[in-house]
Design a protein around this ligand. Structure first.
Ligand SMILES: [Fe+2]
Ligand SMILES: [Fe+2]
Length: 195
């Protein structure tokens, strides 16, 4: 598919600001993929498509959750928007837009990590948080700085910041984020491989 064609489809589901955000994530993910040894074109497309599920209504998101066996999860039931990654991923496959399992998994896991997180998964997860159109937040400068140096450290700090931010504001934390955080700590200590 051509990029313009996809952007036309995406525009039917999400607001213009989210199309701009998607382009920012795509460009950021591509340059990170070049730097960290992932497929740059796949990273670019993962960025372009990752947020299509943002345009889905809560009932539709919960319908996808049931099909993906995520519907017993109390956090997803309380905050259906957290399902836009898994729902978008399934939609992209079923509509016949993409079949690449690596790309689809990166989309699936871009908000709540789904282990194991590949290099591409980590790139999309973090590019989403640091793309140029993001409004400033505490810790953004540090994450952008790490994006030029160390993917695993960037991913770890991104998880840590996400958890700290949510907890300090009294917001719901999805256990998947905490599981990923613990996994990184344990994995780093035991020196196991990422991919
Ligand atoms: Fe998203
Ligand atoms: Fe996003």
């Amino acid at each position: 598919m051509r990029e313009e064609e996809w952007l036309g489809i995406l525009s039917r589901y999400v607001k213009p600001a989210r199309v701009t955000h998607s382009l920012g994530v795509a460009q950021t993910a591509r340059s990170m993929a070049e730097r960290f040894g992932a497929d740059p074109e796949k990273a670019y497309w993962a960025g372009l498509v990752h947020d299509v599920g943002k345009g889905f209504s809560p009932p539709l998101l919960l319908e996808y959750a049931s099909r993906l066996h995520l519907d017993k999860d109390p956090v997803y039931r309380r905050v259906p928007s957290l399902l836009h990654g898994p729902a978008g991923s399934l939609w992209l496959r079923e509509e016949g837009f993409f079949s690449d399992p690596e790309l689809l998994h990166a989309v699936y896991a871009h908000t709540i990590p789904d282990l194991p997180m590949s290099r591409l998964d980590r790139i999309l997860f973090t590019a989403d948080m640091i793309e140029p159109n993001r409004k400033a937040y505490p810790g953004l400068t540090e994450l952008r700085d790490l994006s030029g140096k160390d993917l695993d450290k960037l991913y770890f700090r991104a998880l840590q910041q996400t958890l700290s931010y949510a907890i300090s504001r009294g917001q719901v934390v999805h256990p998947g984020t905490l599981i990923a955080f613990n996994d990184e700590l344990i994995r780093t200590k035991t020196g196991m491989e990422v991919d």
